[in-house]
Design a protein around this ligand. Structure first.
Ligand SMILES: Nc1ncnc2c1ncn2[C@@H]1O[C@H](COP(=O)(O)OP(=O)(O)O)[C@@H](O)[C@H]1O
Ligand SMILES: [Mg+2]
Length: 239
């Protein structure tokens, strides 16, 4: 491991589902503590990029380095153990386990051995979960499930938290709560890679933006640059 290497450095990723060639040479890097948003219309390859980095759908070409170490083709659990936490599209909680069991099962110390995020800390962060520790995952509302999904990822004490459409399908007030937590995570010094449809809030929270179109990086720059560039919005993000 190299101290000054980016946390995540993906270079030239080509990823397929069977014969379908989805990613065509994606480059993406995230430094410690940095907040990056991955943007683009539906079906452009955002989730596939995340799956490629995490080894869930390994790239056929290109490299994934974590803290400078080549992890291309490694088992997903080995990649995650290097400090990557995922809040997957569709939540991915265990419906037949209680809230407490969902959280405790995910627990592990950070790469440096520190356990910042514990059950009491998650309960502080999400008061509604604290009241439902003995409820089953499938007895929760959509918002509570999403809180549990974020809580589970935090219990792994990640150095980078990857959020794939974490506010999708939630009521505006719950969405606001989730964004408040994402801000707190960022302020705690954890790097974030965020995919979300709420562009205004994303630009407010994230430092840097990477826009995908048809499995390629169509534009990359700072959130400030993107905010003042309506042309880019129209071309790559407008509906
Ligand atoms: N499991 C799969 N099998 C085959 N094609 C898939 C699969 N998952 C996604 N795709 C296709 O890959 C492309 C990129 O999808 P995805 O990465 O999910 O996009 P995004 O997250 O940007 O909406 C889309 O054309 C989608 O239809
Ligand atoms: Mg997606």
């Amino acid at each position: 491991m190299t101290e000054d290497a980016p946390l995540i450095e993906a270079a030239g990723l080509h990823t397929y589902y069977g014969a379908s060639h989805i990613l065509h040479g994606i480059d993406l890097s995230i430094a410690a503590g940095e907040s990056v948003s991955l943007l683009g219309r539906n079906g452009m390859g955002k989730t596939t990029t995340i799956r490629s980095i995490l080894g869930l759908t390994p790239p056929r070409q290109g490299t994934v380095r974590i803290r400078g170490r080549d992890m291309t083709g490694a088992e997903p659990h080995r990649i995650a153990q290097m400090g990557l936490g995922l809040v997957p599209e569709g939540r991915g909680i265990f419906p037949n386990l209680s809230v407490r069991e969902n959280l405790v099962m995910a627990a592990r110390p950070a790469v440096d051995g520190v356990e910042t995020w514990t059950l009491p800390r998650i309960c502080d962060l999400f008061p509604p979960l604290a009241e439902r520790l003995d409820n089953m995952g499938n007895q929760l509302s959509g918002g509570e499930q999403q809180m549990l999904s974020v809580g589970r990822a935090l219990m792994t004490n990640p150095d980078v938290l990857i959020l794939d459409e974490a506010t999708e399908g939630l009521a505006p007030l719950i969405r606001r709560d989730i964004w408040a937590v994402i801000r707190r995570i960022k302020d705690a010094g954890i790097a974030t890679l965020v995919v979300d449809k709420d562009l205004d809030t994303l630009l407010d929270v994230c430092d840097r933006c990477v826009i995908l179109a048809k499995g390629q990086v169509a534009w990359a720059g700072t959130a400030a640059d993107l905010r003042t560039n309506p042309d880019i919005h129209r071309r790559y993000l407008g509906v």
